[in-house]
Design a protein around this ligand. Structure first.
Ligand SMILES: NC(=O)c1ccc[n+]([C@@H]2O[C@H](COP(=O)([O-])OP(=O)(O)OC[C@H]3O[C@@H](n4cnc5c(N)ncnc54)[C@H](OP(=O)(O)O)[C@@H]3O)[C@@H](O)[C@H]2O)c1
Length: 300
């Protein structure tokens, strides 16, 4: 198997790549998209209360005919409708149509209310009750994990975080902390250099590696993440891309490939790109208002 399963600290294991349902909406189309992912060979579905399509993911899972053991389902406590963890997990189980969830995550640290230790105790209770096999967190920084681990009886099995070459340097201490504490890292939005930030410094090394390997840039990015030892959570609405993502598990990047991508990624600060874009939008908005004022067009 190109994307080997990753061992979790609680004895369970997780497929090395998952298909995420964020942005799929909740119409018939979302069921078809999950169906498609399962039919090309994905066996790990990553959803969340917040994505509002757990029900559709559940339908697709049932339609696939796959045995429960052959599919790994992650969902997240997103604090939707102000519901607590205990009620939310029951709702998620009902919507997914499952008796247990493989991995249940606290979607963001600020959802751990009234505080991280109390919320984590509730998560531990879900595992003790057999409602979830593994428990973890998402978007937790080192200091959140330090608070959690100080009182945890059960360590988080995973931390799902943003990871791509432009944030790698920034996330490296978190990756090291998770490795030191045997917490698996799941990476989302790995493809940002092609989806949102094309034209940046990583384009050149990605293209040269892709050309040498006869692969696409998406595949090289996924292989880069795999080389960092993380589980990848990605998605595509296109069958050929999903097949490519799975095949990317066979790509082997050299230490030099990885170093060149890392170095190029460190040249561009992700936050500063967004601030620059925001400033451009503000400037464009200001200019448009000025022109409208000059032309006597009343916008308000
Ligand atoms: N825990 C969290 O807070 C959190 C946050 C964000 C995401 N996630 C999870 O991670 C999953 C994936 O997130 P993501 O969508 O940000 O991941 P991603 O893997 O970085 O991006 C997937 C997107 O890339 C597009 N894409 C792929 N190759 C492309 C190319 N060559 N050119 C242009 N577009 C291309 C796909 O579009 P096409 O459909 O056109 O192929 C798809 O929309 C989510 O569904 C969710 O499950 C979790």
């Amino acid at each position: 198997m190109p994307w080997d399963r990753v061992q979790l600290n609680d004895g369970h294991s997780i497929p090395g790549i998952g298909f995420g349902t964020w942005k799929l909406g909740n119409g018939r189309g979302s069921i078809d998209q999950v169906d498609q992912a399962l039919s090309v060979g994905f066996s790990h579905i990553d959803t969340a209360q917040f994505y509002a399509n757990e029900e559709q993911a559940g339908i697709a899972i049932r339609e696939s005919g796959l045995a429960r053991n052959d599919i790994f389902v992650t969902t997240k406590y997103s604090g939707v409708d102000g519901l607590d963890i205990e009620t939310s997990v029951q709702n998620s189980l009902m919507k997914l149509g499952l008796r247990y969830i493989d991995l249940y995550l606290i979607h963001f640290p600020w959802l751990a209310q009234p505080d991280i230790p109390t919320a984590w105790k509730k998560m531990e209770a879900l595992k003790d009750q057999g409602l979830v096999k593994s428990i973890g967190v998402s978007n937790f920084e080192v200091y959140h994990l330090e608070i959690l681990l100080a009182s945890a009886k059960i360590k988080p099995a995973a931390n799902q975080i943003l990871l791509h070459p432009y944030v790698y340097a920034q996330q490296a201490p978190l990756l090291e902390y998770c490795a030191a504490n045997n917490i698996a890292v799941e990476a989302y939005s790995v493809l940002i250099p092609v989806t949102s930030l094309p034209g940046g410094p990583v384009d050149a090394p990605l293209k040269s590696v892709a050309d040498r390997l006869g692969a696409s840039v998406d595949q090289v990015l996924l292989a880069w993440a795999k080389a960092k030892g993380v589980v990848v959570v990605t998605m595509s609405t296109k069958k050929y891309r999903l097949e490519g993502y799975l095949a990317a598990g066979d790509l082997v990047l050299t230490p030099d490939d990885i170093a060149r991508i890392d170095e190029a990624g460190a040249k561009q600060n992700f936050a500063s790109v967004f601030l620059r874009r925001l400033a451009l939008v503000a400037l464009a908005g200001g200019a448009a208002l000025g022109v409208c004022g000059y032309l006597g067009i009343d916008l308000i």
